[in-house]
Ligand binder design. Sequence first.
Ligand code: FUB
Ligand code: ZN
Length: 658
Amino acid sequence: MKNKIYYRLIISVILLSSGHFSYAQVPLRQFEPIGFAQVQIDDSFWKPKIDKVATVTLQACINYTEYKTPRIRNFEIAAGKRKGKFEGIFYDDSDVYKALEAISYSIKNHHDSLLEQKADEWIDKIAAAQLKDGYINTYFTLNGLDKRWTDMSMHEDYNGGHLIEAAVAYYNATGKRKLLDVTIRFADHFDSLFGPGKRHWVTGHEELELALVKLYKTTNDSRYLKLANWLLEERGHGYAYGYTWTDWKDTAYAQDKTPVRDTKEITGHAVRAMYLYTGAADVASFTNDDGYVNAMKTVWDDVVNRNMYLTGGIGSSGNNEGFSVDYDLPNEQAYCETCASVGMVLWNQRMNLLTGESKYIDVLERSLYNGALDGLSLSGDHFFYGNPLASTGKNARREWFGTACCPANIARLVASLGNYIYAKNDTAIWVNLFVGSKTSAKIGRSTINVEQQTNYPWDGNIKIHMDPDKKTKFALHVRIPGWASGKPVPGDLYHFINYSDKKISLYINGKEAPYTNDKGYAIINHEWKKGDIVELNLPMDVEKIAAKETVTADSGRIALQRGPLVYCVEGVDNNGHALNILLPDNATFTSSFEKDLLNGVTVIKTEAPVITVSNDGLSVTTTNKTITAIPYYAWCNRGSNDMEVWLPTKIKNVRLNY
Ligand code: FUB
Ligand code: ZN
């Protein structure tokens, strides 16, 4: 460790004296993720979802992007290949790019020549719509190029960021450069207009920052990293102009109230905030800028301590698609955009890489299995834009949306799940998520094959087969989830009621493994040899959760969690109603796996009083019934009906007429 710090110091001094201090390219990161292309997933929970995305969700995205809406047509018209005018919304290009990114991950997981052909076809159309100077945006090309780059709210940057992400993904998946070259021309065009000594630009919808870091990593051209850093530095100084699209002149909405490095609180639009902070963490990991790391830690505390739903969803308010005031977490009105939960996954991964702390993966896992996964129907072709925690039956999954950012976003997340399972550095391997999968990593001169076998999240038994090509000494860091050791989330926003210490056991080859604890990981230092098996057992009890009293929406209510999954009751399992169930403080639970329900889920059952009102409204009856709760992500897959995550423990909170 000491050596590493010394090494970084020397490099920084050298770079400082050569005038390159801000771009000291010695990563601050503790470790790097093992990329999805090196991870083969055969998990019984995730593999069917990844396959569904490949076969159904991507087809839905293609269908809506190309045939049922004019998104691809806009490119053809912009390229002069078709007559017509721009139709749709000015950020619709981004949906094409996001779908392309999802296709890239998917074809890398499992090759599909038809999907690749479709991607190539789209890429030709995109390339044809690019202007000679590198600019690409169908809305402005068709509505007046004189207006381009005059209004920061018009998403030219956001579209460009998604273009870059798609191009990097497609290049990595196929080795084909065409879209990458389009992207480089676009980034160079942006670089020619904006930057130190040029024009100001405050990204209206952040995204370009994190994308430029990806482009830097792909091309090794440090101009893109500098540009990403500059975009961060632009915020909070009153440089923004334009903003005609929305009435939100409010700088807090656009995370433009204070410089990013001085940010203390989460504000404004949730998706924008997530992309910004992902970008900030990425930039910091290359520039070693502690200012950004510390700001990210502070704002993260504000999110998880005061502004996050139990589902890992964020952005409670539909008014600004984002944050309102601390502890304002209404359940039925929760906005909780699917994209915001996807953003939580991205940001928390970067924070884990920067700090080495597993609490970020705890939050990542919560958002992934609950807030984000809820956005995708079990059938793969219906989506939630918002993900409320209670419903009177008015919510429905939809095939598509006017603003269609969420479908391809959840598709790209599921298709790239392999990115979040393992990480490594030169001396150690990390297991972050429990997903049946295989990977391999180089440690020194050895190749270590790793295989996880598990029935998680239904079961807490995880076997990790270690298979080095030769005996090798190194540390295996296995994440011990916060929820398994008594803390549903870091901080005090939510807590388990009646939690009693459960045994978490860790074995090597059937014997208790000696391990140390650090940053939320069990660290096993061992000389690994072929055939070694690590076995982790996590308690899978049903836990009752209460929220801090300042969350008034959850007051007098409890929620259920089992493993990483938050549960809910849905009317369809409970005589048509979910909001009239009273959960006594002393309720006890059973759980069982039902293979034919909702593609196979573990349900929770309990006996609880159900309150009904007579037809004439004059009398109230209480009947004890068996109540069934299902994982939150699976609700509303059998039509619209009542749903509730936070169950009342007091009769005054039971809803009878709605
Ligand atoms: O503005 C583009 C996308 O549309 C945002 O990320 C979503 O919140 C929705 O407003
Ligand atoms: Zn969205």
